[in-house]
Design a protein around this ligand. Structure first.
Ligand SMILES: Cc1cc2nc3c(=O)[nH]c(=O)nc-3n(C[C@H](O)[C@H](O)[C@H](O)COP(=O)(O)OP(=O)(O)OC[C@H]3O[C@@H](n4cnc5c(N)ncnc54)[C@H](O)[C@@H]3O)c2cc1C
Length: 356
């Protein structure tokens, strides 16, 4: 027992010594859209792929967190380890023909700027995913999706740096195990790989995706318009700007919880009590229901507790009115979760990555 304690102490001591070469006690406040004032004990900004050479045995056994745009994280405490902020830049064409173009995009590129650039070049597909905050490297982690599209539809591969054996590995689409707001990087390989770049295959021919009702209605507002992908892009931006709180004005990380998927019998049980309860049938017969509706029915919309709150128009979005701590937001989210479980017997799962 004593020997094990000493061994752990020695290991911890050496980890600390090796990490000394990184920046220390860096505030992450401006690096997460919740605006949580947490500190990283050690910090490294990756600007060039050659910076990866600095990541070898010196980080073995350390606690590491890979940070993109910080738009899907909640830091509950100061981070007692190494935060690697990915700022790798660059976009290159790696394959092209009359129908398609495949682009390899560095993980530190801003997602929306990348989407915008694809449309300017008449490469189509990503228009429904406009204005999602964050960086390209963050997109595959939870398989971002919006307005009837998901990044996995255009994804070809990604390259990632293994933080255990310090080698680059290429992941195919199949290996990423993409699903609704998840991937292998949120489960089996959580915090194991640092994504370096992602490849997307886009079409040179427009192929409009208007299956999301709200988007279709926005586009049809002007009946004389013959929509093209650029018009869809603008329509998506308009809807998002109208609906979603801007993190530069009020701290938030978008939807805090995932929309739960429930059994048909459970759905019918609730539907018998609430006429306005809605769900989308999944291929396996279960139904995806709106977490926002459940939260609203529990009376949380617009609720505020100190500087932590639930957005007044959007019960799925938790907000930091200024000086909320990560713990304040987490406590509020737990209360919401408990009340939804009690009232509806449905367990909400966070979409946001909670870093403790
Ligand atoms: C206002 C608002 C609206 C949003 N709308 C949507 C939406 O419509 N659809 C949607 O899906 N999401 C949405 N989000 C959530 C968020 O924007 C996305 O999940 C985004 O892809 C996160 O990217 P990021 O770079 O900010 O990642 P971060 O928040 O920095 O990190 C998120 C996770 O990805 C990991 N990660 C990030 N970069 C890397 C990397 N290079 N290598 C390894 N791991 C990495 C982190 O470790 C963490 O686990 C919204 C957020 C906000 C604030």
């Amino acid at each position: 027992m004593l020997q094990k304690l000493i061994a752990n102490f020695v290991l911890y001591f050496f980890v600390i010594i090796k990490l000394m070469e990184f920046l220390r006690d860096i505030s992450l406040k401006s690096l997460n859209t919740f605006g949580i004032d947490a500190k990283a004990r050690f910090f490294l900004e990756l600007k060039h792929e050659s910076d990866l050479n600095g990541l070898t045995d010196n980080i073995k056994n350390s606690n590491i967190f890979c940070l993109g745009g910080g738009s899907n994280v909640l830091f509950v405490n100061d981070f007692d380890g190494l935060v690697i902020a990915n700022n790798l830049k660059g976009i290159k064409i790696i394959d092209s023909n009359d129908d398609y173009v495949t682009l390899e995009v560095a993980a530190g590129e801003n997602w929306h700027n990348f989407v915008s650039l694809t449309l300017k070049n008449k490469y189509y597909g990503l228009e429904n995913l406009a204005l999602i905050p964050g960086k390209v490297g963050g997109a595959p982690i939870q398989n971002i999706g919006a307005y009837g599209a998901e990044q996995s539809e255009f994804f070809v591969y990604l390259k990632a740096f293994d933080l255990l054996d310090f080698k680059l590995k290429t992941f195919s689409k199949e290996e990423c195990l993409f699903d609704y707001r998840t991937s292998v990087f949120k489960n089996k390989f959580k915090n194991r790989y640092l994504i370096i770049n992602v490849a997307y295959k886009l079409s040179r021919k427009p192929n409009l995706n208007l299956k999301y009702k709200e988007l279709e209605e926005e586009v049809r507002k002007i009946p004389t318009i013959n929509p093209d992908p650029e018009y869809i892009f603008e329509a998506v931006c308009r809807i998002r700007q109208r609906k979603l709180p801007d993190p530069t004005m009020i701290g938030n990380a978008g939807s805090f919880f995932k929309n739960p998927i429930i059994e048909k019998a459970k759905f019918n049980e609730i539907k018998n009590q609430y006429e306005d309860f809605r769900g989308f049938e999944m291929p396996d017969g279960r139904l995806k229901v709106f977490a926002a509706w459940l939260i609203e029915k529990c009376g949380w919309k617009g609720y505020r507790e100190g500087d932590a709150g639930v957005h007044e128009n959007h019960s799925l979005i938790l907000v930091n009115y200024g000086n909320a701590s990560g713990k304040d937001i987490l406590n509020l989210s737990n209360k919401i979760k408990d009340s939804v479980l009690e009232k509806f017997d449905i367990l909400l799962e966070p979409e946001v990555e909670i870093v403790k």
